[in-house]
Design a protein around this ligand. Structure first.
Ligand SMILES: Cc1cc2nc3c(=O)[nH]c(=O)nc-3n(C[C@H](O)[C@H](O)[C@H](O)COP(=O)(O)OP(=O)(O)OC[C@H]3O[C@@H](n4cnc5c(N)ncnc54)[C@H](O)[C@@H]3O)c2cc1C
Ligand SMILES: *[C@@H]1O[C@H](CO)[C@@H](O)[C@H](O)[C@H]1NC(C)=O
Ligand SMILES: *[C@@H]1O[C@H](CO)[C@@H](O)[C@H](O)[C@H]1NC(C)=O
Ligand SMILES: *[C@@H]1O[C@H](CO)[C@@H](O)[C@H](O)[C@H]1NC(C)=O
Ligand SMILES: *[C@@H]1O[C@H](CO)[C@@H](O)[C@H](O)[C@H]1NC(C)=O
Ligand SMILES: *[C@@H]1O[C@H](CO)[C@@H](O)[C@H](O)[C@H]1NC(C)=O
Ligand SMILES: *[C@@H]1O[C@H](CO)[C@@H](O)[C@H](O)[C@H]1NC(C)=O
Length: 641
């Protein structure tokens, strides 16, 4: 019998659901606390657990010793792995499947139709998967796929190779297609009680492979789709105004559409298919609206979450405030499974966008070209003080000594008019003209965020096998000190002059809403965010030596000089959601000054290490034994160091 049946059979279920809610107290304090989503009212309760057999209770029941007990695992102890004697029997998996109403999905790799070994070979399907492999939505619709096969271990690539090998690699063994909080609770309890590795997957965008895990049970949140508009939300942090309650599986695009419909603005990211309430908010979430509202996590007023003990609780200013703090910036898949968030909606405002390109060539040498870039860089303080943001690329088209191209895509100026925008950029544009650099800005005024977003961005390509990215956050203080500015600019220019491309943003989220959360201190200081990459020789066939070589180039040659001029000691850092998985000193680099508190909260809220993610808070106590892959993949057994 499934829990839904159990729920409807036990007539008192509805009352139970309410009585176990810690947020009930809240309801008295804030009259307008919104109701739970339907799927959040379906909960596992003590009474439901009591109705199970003893054996079932041991496997699927809560663990109230988890929170605050300080129970730790021993060194060398591993999570149970397929093939181990302790691996759950088929009967146990069947029983689990019953309790989640048939939502358990044994993993079949996304590209299985390209191979004979899974018995589902289909040339047409394989061709379709190969053709769409760069489309995030392909991976999103799959229960276990992640968008970056390098971290999967490249064990089942989307190439038509019927006689080739296709194995699970880092794909979790099973996923639960959750459609209720009860499903999340039962899955989490099972993973913890059976000592299985647990993974949370929403869309699979994670750049470091955190939504993958060999031998794991995955909680797949993507089908939790609901968006409620709350016209006048009164939060327990003092905010009063419009807000959205957003389900865990909602994408950035879906939320933007809802905000547009209700004539408000939500701070979200630039890739439409990224999940809003999962890894994005958990990692802080940078946004084109950062010049007005800071990081996306700064607008979050409350979250509903299933914690490591299996309990479903509210995290907000007055309800579990320490968890509330950690969930906004402390990283995904670390402290709990978020089932929904409540996020402030901001007023509708006009946006000016401007796109243009210019490049070296003719009498515009690369030196002259970079004089034009210098003026742009020199203006980051006035640009961010004017609440603007930009996303740009500087392409090294022919490698060393070749043409350099600057691509502004776009300059994003919320609440500006064309006139105020032109005035703001005039010194830069005048300088370009003076240098003889030709460019034709396409500058447009949009009456709100959504149409501006639509001309500027959309979906991004993913799935690459021939490059690995990393990033660096550069603090404003480096722009305020002329000597440090020269040093910083020289390091960036040298990157281009060596024939390497870079992507970048000018942005300064600071702490514009004046909130206290776990967003890295580096984001409170950042004025420039740069993306660099290293090429993986051999692409899909890269050996571990070739992979290691690319990692070393990324870590040392590309990011090293940037790290040197933007050290952690001066609020430099790296964005944890888009980082180099091999970043040294990642604790400080990704989490800034927040790390010590995050680590103590990890020990409080997840003392048994139910949640693990590479480079997640507390992950230094664990290792994925993936052998020699040249980089850290998730294709191996997870063990305590
Ligand atoms: C093409 C592309 C463009 C991007 N653009 C931006 C951008 O503009 N701004 C920006 O800030 N970031 C951006 N990102 C980074 C993005 O924010 C991260 O990849 C983010 O982790 C994705 O979250 P997800 O839930 O969609 O992905 P997933 O890979 O499914 O999950 C990411 C992490 O969050 C955890 N997680 C997911 N759901 C939950 C949940 N409900 N509860 C607890 N943990 C959960 C997972 O376990 C994993 O650790 C971009 C990424 C890509 C690939
Ligand atoms: C795959 O193996 C079968 C049987 O060994 C063989 O007949 C077939 O030609 C092979 N296919 C390819 C594409 O190599
Ligand atoms: C997951 O569950 C949803 C219902 O919540 C259903 O519509 C969907 O088809 C399921 N997906 C898979 C892959 O089983
Ligand atoms: C938010 O929580 C803090 C700390 O508990 C408290 O001091 C403050 O009064 C709360 N804010 C509101 C508006 O209740
Ligand atoms: C946008 O500009 C208007 C007019 O100058 C101002 O009243 C409003 O406060 C601004 N909005 C934001 C979010 O800055
Ligand atoms: C470069 O050539 C263009 C004409 O092609 C001219 O307008 C410009 O002044 C020249 N710039 C310099 C720096 O000589
Ligand atoms: C990788 O190896 C396969 C099989 O040997 C081959 O078909 C393919 O062309 C190779 N790819 C590259 C990029 O070298």
């Amino acid at each position: 019998m499934g829990l839904t049946q159990l729920l409807s059979r036990s007539g008192y279920a509805a009352a139970l659901l309410l009585s176990t809610r810690s947020s009930l107290v809240l309801a008295d304090l804030t009259v307008s606390t919104p109701p739970l989503f339907d799927y959040e009212t379906k909960q596992l309760t003590d009474e439901l657990v009591a109705g199970l057999t003893d054996a079932d209770q041991k496997l699927f029941g809560f663990d109230d010793s988890a929170v605050g007990s300080g129970l730790e695992r021993r060194s060398g102890e591993c999570k149970v792995f397929p093939g181990d004697q302790e691996w759950p029997s088929d009967e146990t998996w069947d029983r689990f499947d019953e309790l989640v109403n048939g939502a358990l999905i044994p993993t079949v790799p996304l590209a299985a139709p390209c191979y004979n070994s899974w018995g589902v070979y289909n040339a047409a399907k394989c061709a379709d998967i190969s053709a769409r492999f760069t489309d995030p939505y392909l991976h999103e619709a799959d229960p276990t796929s992640n968008m970056w096969p390098i971290f999967q271990g490249k064990t089942c690539l989307a190439f038509d190779r019927p006689n080739g090998t296709c194995t699970l690699g880092s794909y979790p063994s099973y996923a639960v297609n959750v459609s209720s909080v009860a499903d999340v609770q039962v899955a989490l309890n099972f993973a913890r009680n059976a000592n299985l590795r647990l993974v949370v997957k929403n869309t699979g965008h994670d750049y470091l492979g955190k939504s993958l895990g060999a031998g794991a049970l995955s909680i797949w949140t993507r089908n939790l789709k609901q968006i409620d508009f709350i016209e006048n939300y009164q939060s327990d942090s003092g905010y009063e105004g419009p807000a959205f309650k957003v389900a865990a599986g909602v994408t950035v695009r879906e939320l933007y559409e809802a905000a547009h419909k209700h004539d408000v603005t939500v701070a979200g990211g630039i890739c439409e298919s990224v999940g809003f309430a999962g890894g994005y908010v958990a990692g802080g979430g940078h946004t084109p609206m950062s010049g007005h509202y800071g990081m996306a996590a700064d607008s979050v007023e409350a979250l509903e979450v299933v914690t490591a003990d299996g309990r479903f609780i509210t995290a907000s200013n007055s309800s579990n405030p320490d968890l509330f703090w950690a969930l906004r910036g402390g990283g995904g898949g670390t402290f709990g499974v978020v089932t929904s968030v409540i996020v402030r909606a901001h007023p509708k405002i006009p946006v000016v966008t401007s796109t243009f390109t210019f490049q070296s060539g003719g009498n515009i040498t690369n030196e002259v070209f970079y004089e034009g870039v210098r003026k742009f860089y020199e203006m980051f303080i006035p640009f961010t003080d004017a609440h603007t943001y930009s996303y740009f690329w500087i392409w090294a088209l022919g490698g060393f000594g070749g043409t350099l191209q600057f691509q502004m895509m776009p300059f994003f100026a919320p609440n500006h008019t064309i006139e105020s925008f032109n005035e703001l950029v005039k010194p830069w544009f005048d300088r370009l003209t003076e240098l003889g650099i030709e460019f034709t800005p396409k500058t447009e005024l949009h009456d709100s965020f959504y149409p501006a977003y639509n001309v500027a961005w959309g979906n991004d390509g993913v799935g690459g096998l021939n490059a690995i990215p990393g990033n660096r956050l550069f603090p404003r203080e480096r722009w305020e000190d002329p000597v440090k500015f020269e040093e910083t600019f020289a390091a960036i220019k040298a990157h281009s002059m060596r024939g390497k491309s870079l992507g970048g943003y000018h942005q300064a989220p600071r702490n514009r809403l004046n909130v206290d959360n776990a967003v890295s201190s580096a984001f409170r200081h950042v004025i420039n965010f740069l993306i660099g990459a290293a090429i993986v020789e051999g692409a899909e066939n890269a050996t571990s030596t070739q992979m290691k070589k690319a990692v070393d180039v990324l870590t040392n040659d590309v990011l090293g000089p940037w790290r040197a001029v933007s050290p952690e000691s001066e609020f430099g850092g790296s964005y944890l959601n888009e980082a180099n998985v091999m970043e040294p000193n990642w604790q400080q680099s990704f989490y800034g000054t927040q790390y010590p508190r995050l680590l103590s909260l990890k020990k409080k809220w997840d003392p048994k290490g139910v949640f693990y993610g590479t480079t997640a808070v507390g992950s230094e106590e664990w290792e994925v034994q993936d052998g020699d892959q040249g980089t850290q993949t998730q294709n191996g057994r997870l063990c305590k160091v």
